[in-house]
Ligand binder design. Sequence first.
Ligand code: HEC
Length: 207
Amino acid sequence: MHINEDEKLKGSNEVHQEVDDVTQIKYFGGHEFDGIKELDNPLPPWLKYLFYVTIVISFSYLVLVFIFKDDSIIQRKEYYKEMAAAKAETEVAVKEEAGKAAAQPLTQEQILAAGKTIFDKTCLVCHGRFGEGLVGPNFTDEYWIHGGRPEDLHKVIVEGVLDKGMISYKSQLNETQINNVIAYILSLQGTNPPNQKAAQGEKFVRE
Ligand code: HEC
């Protein structure tokens, strides 16, 4: 059996040397089946050189990426670079914004406008559209039940006067909102709107 196969191989080696009658191309050794033989047909030159070119490209790519670690080819490096640049940019922008906000505190008008918005939404129902008083006391006269200093108003707004119907706004308004609405209420002093509620409490004299 073994001997037979060896002989067959020998035979095909001899076939390898043969040349096709028509094309004059050499046969490719050892590839024969049912009398059909494979020709040793050369690759078209453009394909062969393209193949060499791909070898050169892949080799230079390997060298650039793993030896010289070229930034323009390693996308990960590029990515981190871009991300760092974007982060720096946003940080600068945020700082600028913060700087602007710190440099320009709210003007008196802005504080009063913010206070009025809160008053109209939350306090108007009991203290009247113009602070003239309704269920709650008049804010436009000089009389105050709990005192007319900003800190007196603050205390009432934060703690409320629950048994008299004034709610605590501790959970609804933050410190800034409370201070804004206090500024607005105090700005109503002496505005003398119609339908004022009768004075309640003590006359308060501002120093
Ligand atoms: C449900 C009705 C009601 C609402 C709403 C209300 N108040 Fe009052 N408020 C009162 C009443 C009633 C009093 C009087 C309490 C008393 O007699 O001690 C009062 C008193 C006050 C006082 C003290 C006045 C004084 O003479 O010492 C301040 C300040 C005040 N309210 C602020 C506010 C603010 C600010 C809001 C909105 C965030 C508000 N109130 C919403 C009913 C209300």
